[in-house]
Write a protein that binds this ligand. Sequence first.
Ligand SMILES: C[S@@+](CC[C@H](N)C(=O)[O-])C[C@H]1O[C@@H](n2cnc3c(N)ncnc32)[C@H](O)[C@@H]1O
Length: 391
Amino acid sequence: MEKTSQSPYPLLKIAEIQGRGRGLISTQPLKPGQVILKDSPLLLYSASPLIPSNNTFCSNCFKIILQSPIPCPMCTFSAFCTSSCQSIALSSSHTPWVCQSLTQLRNILSSHNLLIDQQIQARFLISAYDLALISPSSFRVLLSLQGDPSFISENDALLLHSLVATLNPPTSEFGFSKELTAALLAKDKVNAFGLMEPFDSNKERGVRAYGIYPMASFFNHDCLPNACRFEYVDSDVSDRSNVDMIVRVIHDVPEGREICLSYFPVNFKYSDRQKRLKEDYGFICNCDRCVVEANWSDHDDDDAMDNEGEENEDEEDEVMEEEVDDEVNANDEVEEGDQDFPHAYFFMRYMCNRENCGGTLAPLPPSDASLSTVMECNVCSNLSKCDELMV
Ligand SMILES: C[S@@+](CC[C@H](N)C(=O)[O-])C[C@H]1O[C@@H](n2cnc3c(N)ncnc32)[C@H](O)[C@@H]1O
């Protein structure tokens, strides 16, 4: 590790890490459950297709609307949970240009066949070009994030650029060009986090919105992460902090260690993890777990992972979202120290054992000097005593 630069977050430092670009390392020893990051999004956009429109969620904070919705004064497609959210949105995320553009795109859709993923990418581009005008400093941060435009299909970039061109994007100091559009799509591809719907064991967990977070974008991936993220999108707060990302360490972390998240549930099997990381993030993972599992035959893989369901063939290209796949199960019979499965301890201790969950457990934050023995699942929010897990 070398070339460290200043970080505004005291527990984390951005560092250049060989073969992985920039990453985040701990500036001091960290305790299990300790909150290391609370990050607010640079931009947020809906994960719903343009048609049918979904206004069950506030178009500003993405909280579910429980009371009478406050309508957008300009369109019938967007609504807000409070008049305060409405007024914030009208000068930020739902400006007249954004509102008109989304309406115009819906009209265009009757003659253009846009895939759902492309509709969501169009939403992202509208939010990003809006950000360029309303907050040039945030837009600069967005541009500084990693993302290689050659990683984006040229046809997709051209199609989306020509669509946005028909919307008369606002003139900002950053201009409007197909190169900029491709660069933005590339940033979105590797940095956007899915804000997930609450867990329901009977259905697949959908993505409600995507967010790009300035500091969380520096977390590299590890298939056995030492931290995990929590989100509380429907929490009862009035300041939009419900969309903040909270990252806690799972166990003790010494000073100077890289902090990594898993970009998907840790129960994915080796081949699926490698495929996802190559296709969506452009790298081959050489973490300790992958080095061990690379030597397993497919048969070993299936045995240890006890797949209950078929592999999901039509996986969507959604970024860093918590998908549930039938892979390693916390109840699988794996023994600590097992030669074939040396990571068994992680799964026994840090994987949620609730059916269809696949979440990661981290202790509640320590209070004063004492550590918590209550583990919280980052998917189903279940709380469990960690002594019980160890039995
Ligand atoms: C969200 S960014 C993480 C921060 C990034 N390294 C940077 O320099 O800004 C995701 C990208 O980081 C790189 N990356 C993340 N985890 C990695 C790993 N375990 N090994 C190699 N590259 C990794 C990949 O290029 C990936 O597309």
